[in-house]
Ligand binder design. Structure first.
Ligand code: ZN
Length: 224
């Protein structure tokens, strides 16, 4: 009698375990519960100023491509010369390309004619390479005025998280600062002209991805 009950018990347990195992295997991907900690923490944008750089920028583009991440690049016109293939690659890989002036001048310190020419020159170069003029500008030093606002039909894209990578030039310090301050909507300012910044950027991508952040181009954060 007890022996028979034990056989039944083990039999039913085996059926339950098999059903549980198979339902896990057969459930559609969307129904498998998301592991704790991988739910979306929000969206952040990586932005890079002052490039393109012939060595650092391709290295960064390789790392972003490996990780399936798109970023935003604000280019200096002088640095586009001779690096047109890098700009073409940015476009082909889905990155946002913006204007950072022809020679990194403080636009508000120039007369309006010179400031417009600094901007128009870069728009022309980017359009010649990619086929379309940029819609976004990041003025050097974030320096912009009402006069420029009404004279230049472009959208200004500033930032809200600045780890001072150009000053520190130390990847671990830059990574630590960004990880300590990142939140939904962060627009992170970096410069793809320093190896330490490229190293930091890729580590930031890995860490913030693990925390559930999605990387978007800056236009996606400015739309709201
Ligand atoms: Zn700059």
């Amino acid at each position: 009698m007890w022996r028979r009950i034990a056989v039944w018990f083990w039999g039913i347990l085996a059926i339950l375990l098999t059903a549980e195992f198979c339902s896990g295997l057969l459930a559609p991907a969307g129904e498998i519960p998301v592991a704790a900690g991988t739910e979306s923490a929000g969206a952040v944008a990586l932005t890079f100023d002052d490039g393109p750089h012939p060595v650092c920028t391709p290295r960064l583009l390789d790392g972003l491509k490996e990780r399936g991440v798109r970023a935003s690049f604000f280019l200096i016109g002088q640095n586009i010369d001779g690096n047109e293939d890098i700009v073409r690659r940015m476009q082909a890989e889905g990155h946002l390309i913006g204007n950072h002036s022809q020679s990194h001048v403080q636009l508000t310190a120039e007369n309006i004619r010179e400031a417009r020419s600094q901007i128009a020159c870069v728009n022309g170069k980017i359009e010649a390479v990619t086929g379309s003029a940029p819609a976004y500008i990041r003025p050097p030093f974030g320096s912009w005025s009402e006069e420029l606002e009404s004279a230049v039909p472009m959208t200004v894209a500033l930032w809200n998280l600045d780890p001072l990578d150009w000053k520190l030039q130390d990847a671990p310090s830059v990574v630590r600062y960004v990880l300590d301050h990142a939140e939904n909507g962060s627009i992170i300012l970096l410069h793809d002209v320093y190896e330490t910044s490229v190293e930091a950027a890729l580590e930031i991508v890995d860490e913030l991805t693990a925390r559930g952040y999605e990387f978007v181009t800056v236009d996606e954060l400015l739309v709201e």
